[in-house]
Design a protein around this ligand. Structure first.
Ligand code: APR
Length: 315
């Protein structure tokens, strides 16, 4: 039997993710959005590609969650983008309300599913989905680190003129400007990049990685990145559905690991059929630890704003 995956939010990230998953062929996909007829239209268009692509995977669109019932995995991309005049906290609280209502429906119809949250601000939204769902932490995590490392890997491979495949990297922390690319653990063909590149060049690529999302937004003028994000989500979906036990950087709820307690931030984890099966802990230098703590503090600020809003009833 094929697995069942629901993607909530049929916008750029959600629709492209649904398409990529359908093309894998081993999961049926349900696309859910609040906009009337949008998910139905996109779903039907993708389904009609099946005969050409040779994919028997079913894909349907819906404005309700009934069709999503008993999904094995649910990807949440629903949200709004920041509009002119909107503060960071306005965006935070709007997307908090959206992801809370989405999560309640997801939990009602698919009580045993694994949830991958993607809506920004990423780490705070993962925290909200985790808290709202009441699921154990292995079944709720977020996509950011794979995208951030993919950007870092791209820039390094381009600079060295080597295969993208041969470059491995690791990024810790929140999905923001203060993310922590771990240069020590970044290699090309197993060779640490410090052996291959000058320190100034590495600094430059780290900066470009940190600002990677903004670089795409500036070029697109409207909307934000979705091709690389959807590829990253699909890699996580595949790791779970095929029980691959991949080690990938994901946003997960920490309970003391890396000295952080009660907060969702990015760390390397093992992804398999059980979802987030293990947090991989590595030793950090003092400098790396300070950078991770700084990044976690930025996430904590957003989480505090969310908790206050929920506490005073404005959430
Ligand atoms: N339920 C379901 N869908 C919703 C809801 C809701 N309550 N509220 C909004 N949506 C839908 C919108 O109708 C829209 O189709 O979410 C979709 C978001 O799509 P886009 O605006 O195209 O945004 P996208 O580029 O896909 O990004 C989605 O992922 O990477 C993050 O920062 C990005 O937070 C953003 C999210």
């Amino acid at each position: 039997m094929r697995s069942k995956v629901t993607v909530v939010g049929a916008g750029n990230v959600g629709a492209t993710t649904a398409l990529r998953i359908q093309q894998l062929g081993y999961a049926d996909v349900v696309l859910v959005d609040v906009v009337e007829d949008l998910p139905q239209g996109k779903g039907l268009d993708m389904l009609e590609a099946g005969p050409v692509l040779g994919s028997d995977a079913r894909i349907t669109g819906s404005n309700s969650y009934q069709e999503s019932a008993d999904s094995d995995l649910v990807v949440i991309t629903a949200g709004i983008a920041r509009r002119p005049g909107m503060s960071r906290d306005d965006l935070l609280l709007t997307n908090m309300r959206i992801t809370s209502s989405v999560t309640e429906e997801v939990v009602k119809y698919s009580p045993n599913c694994i949830i991958i949250a993607v809506t920004n601000p990423l780490d705070a939204m993962v925290q909200n989905v985790y808290e709202t769902s009441g699921f154990p932490r292995n079944r709720v995590f977020g996509m950011a680190g794979i995208l951030d490392t993919a950007r870092f890997r791209t820039f390094i491979a381009q600079e060295l003129n080597v295969s993208f495949e041969d470059v491995q990297a690791l990024v810790l922390g929140g999905h923001g400007d203060d993310m922590v690319p771990l240069v020590r653990y970044t290699t090309a063909g197993g060779i640490p990049i410090r052996e291959l590149m000058a320190e100034e060049k590495i600094d430059q690529l780290v900066r470009r990685t940190r600002e990677g999302g903004g670089e795409i937004v500036a070029l697109l003028k409207e909307g934000s990145a979705y091709y690389a994000p959807s590829a990253a989500i699909t890699q996580m979906v595949e790791a779970v559905l095929l029980d691959k036990k991949r080690i990938l950087p994901c946003c997960t709820y920490l309970e003391g690991e890396y000295g952080i307690n009660g907060l969702c931030v990015g760390v390397p984890v093992k992804l398999g059929a059980g979802g987030m099966e293990q947090i991989i802990q590595i030793r950090l230098t003092d400098e790396e630890r300070a950078a991770l703590n700084h990044s976690a503090a930025s996430v904590q600020e957003l989480v505090d704003v969310m908790h206050r809003a929920k506490g005073d009833g404005t959430g």
